[in-house]
Design a protein around this ligand. Structure first.
Ligand code: ADP
Length: 728
């Protein structure tokens, strides 16, 4: 089926034809036949890189051409940026795209004039809670990676968000994009969508198991050209010898780094001059953002054409690795499975080194087939590689047979809803009441009956009853007769997008602070409080931490606002110590200890520091708001702390941090040089400021203060953004 034959506006067809897409892929043609361009909902369960996004794009552009508006929901912020960049290309068609990733309690009204809005499912949910007015004009919603409904963490939010959007507009067109899953028909049934299921791929995918010296595919055996004792190295060298690139999936960050180092070492022996120059360039890019050991290790790997990629990396570094791999300058990436989720980063050969993963409840368990297929699906760059290869590694002949049966020849599992637990439902029940979506208990049951859980697994009323009891006991929901109303606290908690259990922990602590009288300024108490909520994942307490964390706890024993469990109650006490350990990290951060010191003391990556701080900023902001409502004496302190956590600064830098392009490092330099606030800077000698910040940045900073005597040069933005560690 040709693009030119489609029922799409002529400029849209020209847009695609200009980009080289003239003929639809077979699953795309099937989707057209099923009526998605006439407004029918569609679930496309087809492999990665088989043109799912293109389907969504066409459906959105068609709907927009009739005056409609689209919401594109993705599971990760990184994916939101990737899609946003892609959809911005539609500007030439007069289609405006917006991305909504900001604070959870904003309504983002400016998005009202955008035609496509890209958001994570959490952000979409928060927009519903905050009553973003433009949501009612949506005509189409795309749910990308919809199989993540199966995820205990994120699935419930996606599921409830889709149910709410459909309630808002029953004729809403849903385009759901999924990996191949066992029960696609069931999922489509829930969404009232047409279904396209296909194994078709633009490049052939060969799946096999490496054992001894050969990759055993289903119908052939290939002896590799570069055998050696280390399987991964042998497989990598073999791919590179054929001019391909490799992604190696492994189950821990440490192992991803170890593999990258090993590969880098082996590559270092055979680099051409041209490669050396290219790799030096990548190394310099990495070093531009380097402050920690992890960065130094990454720089040492990319210098030889290999890299690692995991959630402990800074965003800047992840992006460099992804971009340079796409440009075929980085040859090998060793990564944790996070890379399999969505990012468009194909490679000739994908090596799945570990098919087992550690699970807290069950120890080492084999990964699901669905996950294996997602990783394997990364193999083969359309139009560039003749084929893609996904390779598992077996140590014994028996294991080879097992891997063949359990992965290569297996169908992916069924996905199941994870909505049926109190932690998953608490926040959605509160939000349904707070936003007046449901006015009484039977309304609530009716609404929850429209979720995938109800469709698939049945009645949720028993769990909902327990959740309602909790919300009433915590005074977030009030009953009058049959009517369910959210209290002022309940409405605030729903808008703030925190777990009601977190809010109840905060409320109790703030009531304790009230009793102590004001002003209450013990920083560690507020930090420990937010780290004690289920919205902040505390750091793991290692045996070696015990000594110092217990001492730290004893030093602050009178300060804490949450109850300190008795040492006799071992499990609770350990959980408490973990919250203190986490709070102590935040304390180091806001007292300007450098990133290197923090990451090496805690043995975590800079990316972990960032994601921890992101949740802490949010919870501290929520604490300030709740404190304001309860008239507790910590509102100002919590507000200040939220700013300090966001930037990693002491209180004395709070004025300087307001300047654009001034992060914790530059603010400290300015302060120590005697420029203690913006007022002082306003009158400062330009050359003296330039001596601290460099000429370009100094000019930009002074220009913001209304200084007419400086000419702000328009250098690249990254020079001004560099020292701000947390960019929201
Ligand atoms: P998915 O979302 O399934 O991973 P994408 O829609 O991102 O896949 O498509 C992967 C690549 O294939 C993109 O570069 C896209 O432009 C290209 N592509 C999609 N459909 C076609 C087509 N019909 N003909 C040629 N290229 C296509």
């Amino acid at each position: 089926m040709r693009i030119s034959e489609l029922d799409l506006p002529a400029p849209v067809k020209e847009f695609y034809e200009r980009s080289g897409i003239k003929e639809l892929y077979p699953p795309q043609a099937e989707a057209v036949k099923k009526g998605f361009l006439e407004g029918r909902s569609l679930l496309a369960a087809i492999p990665t890189a088989s043109g799912k996004t293109l389907l969504a794009e066409m459906a959105m552009l068609k709907s927009i051409s009739h005056g409609g508006k689209a919401l594109y929901i993705v599971p990760l912020k990184a994916l939101a940026s990737e899609k946003f960049e892609r959809f911005r290309q539609f500007e030439t068609l007069g289609v405006r795209t917006g991305i909504s990733t900001g604070d959870y309690d904003s309504r983002d009204e400016w998005l009202g004039d955008r035609d496509i809005i890209v958001a994570t499912s959490e952000k979409a949910d928060s927009l519903l809670r905050n009553g973003a007015p433009w949501l009612s004009s949506l005509t189409i919603v795309v749910a990308d990676e919809v199989h993540l409904i199966d995820s205990a963490n994120r699935g419930p939010t996606l599921e409830v968000t889709l149910a709410r959007l459909r309630r808002l507009n029953p004729s809403l067109q849903i385009i759901a994009l999924s990996a191949t899953i066992g029960n696609a028909k069931e999922l489509a049934g829930w969404m009232g969508a047409e279904l396209v299921v296909s194994d078709w791929r633009p490049t052939t995918l060969k799946e096999g198991v490496f054992f001894g010296r050969a990759i055993n595919f289903q119908d052939e055996k290939r002896v590799i050209s570069t055998p050696g004792p280390d399987e991964v190295l042998a497989l990598v060298s073999d791919t590179l010898a054929e001019g391909g690139q490799c992604i190696v999936f492994t189950n821990t960050r440490k192992s991803s780094e170890g593999i990258a180092q090993k590969v880098a070492k082996s590559l270092s022996k055979k680099l051409t001059e041209e490669e050396k120059a290219a790799f030096q360039d990548i190394k310099q890019q990495v070093l531009r953002h380097a402050e920690t050991d992890t960065c130094a290790r990454l720089a040492a790997c990319v210098e030889h054409g290999a890299a690692f990629h995991h959630a402990g990396l800074k965003n800047e570094h992840r992006r460099i690795v992804e971009d340079e791999f796409r440009r075929n300058r980085i040859k090998v990436i060793a990564c944790t499975p996070t890379l399999a989720a969505g990012l468009n980063l194909p490679a000739r050969r994908v090596i799945i080194k570990d098919y087992r993963r550690y699970d807290v409840n069950y120890g080492s368990v084999p990964i699901p087939v669905l996950e294996y297929k997602q990783m394997a699906g990364r193999a083969g760059r359309p139009g560039l590689d003749p084929y893609g290869e996904a390779v598992l590694i077996a140590k014994t002949h028996d294991e080879m047979g097992e891997l063949m049966d359990n992965y290569v020849l297996s169908e992916p599992e069924h996905i199941t809803s994870k909505l049926g637990t109190e932690p998953a439902l608490r926040s959605h029940v509160l939000s349904a009441i707070a936003t007046d979506l449901c006015r009484d208990e039977s309304d609530l049951y009716d609404f929850m009956d429209t979720t995938f859980y109800a469709y698939q697994r049945g009645d949720l009323s028993a769990v909902i009853k327990n959740v309602l009891d909790f919300l009433e006991a915590e005074r977030m929901v009030v009953r009058s007769g049959d009517r369910l109303n959210a209290s002022e606290l309940g409405r605030l908690v729903s808008r703030l997008y925190v777990d009601p259990l977190s809010a109840s922990i905060i409320v109790r602590a703030l009531e304790a602070a009230k009793k102590r009288g004001e002003p209450y300024q013990k920083e560690i108490a507020l930090l420990q409080l937010i780290c004690a909520t289920p919205d902040v994942r505390p750091l793991y307490l290692r045996r070696s931490d015990y000594g110092w964390v217990v001492k730290y706890t004893e030093d602050h024993i009178d300060d804490f606002l949450t109850e300190v469990p008795g040492a006799g109650d071992e499990t609770d006490f350990e959980a408490f110590l973990a919250t203190v350990k986490t709070a102590a990290l935040v304390d180091m951060w806001i007292n300007e200890r450098n990133e290197e010191e923090i990451t090496s003391f805690y043995s975590i990556g800079p990316g972990d520091v960032r994601s921890l701080m992101e949740s802490c900023v949010w919870l501290m902001h929520a604490t300030a708001e709740i404190s304001g409502l309860l008239r507790a004496p910590v509102t100002t302190e919590a507000r200040e702390l939220a700013v300090r956590i966001e930037h990693g600064i002491s209180r004395e830098l709070m004025d300087l941090i307001e300047l654009e392009g001034v992060g914790r490092v530059r603010a400290r330099k300015l302060y120590d040089a005697g420029f203690r606030d913006r007022e002082t800077l306003k009158k400062a000698d330009e050359a003296a400021v330039a001596a601290v910040l460099g000429e370009k940045v100094a000019a930009k900073v002074l220009a913001q203060l209304g200084r007419k005597d400086v000419a702000a040069t328009t250098g690249p933005d990254d020079t001004i953004g560099q020292s701000t560690l947390l960019l929201f």
